[in-house]
Design a binder for this molecule. Structure first.
Ligand SMILES: Nc1ncnc2c1ncn2[C@@H]1O[C@H](COP(=O)(O)OP(=O)(O)OP(=O)(O)O)[C@@H](O)[C@H]1O
Ligand SMILES: [Mg+2]
Length: 142
């Protein structure tokens, strides 16, 4: 069993909760002298068929996320944490799980879902799926 978390994968959708998850991952990376990869998954446009449409969705997402990643990069730098940001198009949970598998991450770090009264009782749909299918430990930051 692996209880040392060196390779940390953060699911990043730019939300406040995901930012908290990112900061928790940075603390773990400092403690374990590990590295953090943040993955933002952009959904493809609903009826995209041409590769060009998917590419332009990716470009658009990259633009929106550039700012959010800038914040993360800056926070990582302040703490001396090795950090990389990535963007992929696909289903968020599936893409996170696949990357964790393929690149042998030790831990996936996610934020909790937004806080409407009903949602308080449930995990978000992404965190729920990642927890179910992850090949490694998962942390949901509150
Ligand atoms: N598109 C995404 N790419 C990467 N990580 C994501 C993405 N969406 C969610 N996550 C991760 O999952 C965490 C929980 O988000 P989730 O989507 O499960 O909840 P929610 O957005 O509040 O609810 P829902 O999407 O089910 O309405 C986020 O804080 C983030 O860490
Ligand atoms: Mg969501």
């Amino acid at each position: 069993m692996r209880t040392v978390f060196r390779r940390l994968l953060v699911g990043y959708d730019g939300s406040e909760t995901a930012r908290k998850a990112m900061l928790a991952a940075f603390e773990l990376a400092q403690a374990f002298r590990g590295e953090v990869v943040a993955l933002a998954v952009a959904r493809p446009p609903e009826f995209a068929e041409l590769e060009g449409e998917v590419n332009s969705a990716l470009e658009e997402a990259r633009g929106t996320l550039a700012e959010a990643f800038g914040w993360a990069r800056n926070e990582a730098q302040k703490r001396g944490v090795n950090f990389k940001a990535r963007t992929q198009v696909g289903h968020p949970a599936e893409t996170l799980v696949r990357l964790a598998e393929e690149e042998h991450f030790d831990l996936i770090v996610l934020g909790r879902r937004g806080l409407t009264p009903v949602q308080r009782w449930m995990l978000g749909s992404v965190s729920e799926r990642v927890l179910r299918y992850a090949p490694c430990a998962v942390m949901v930051v509150h």
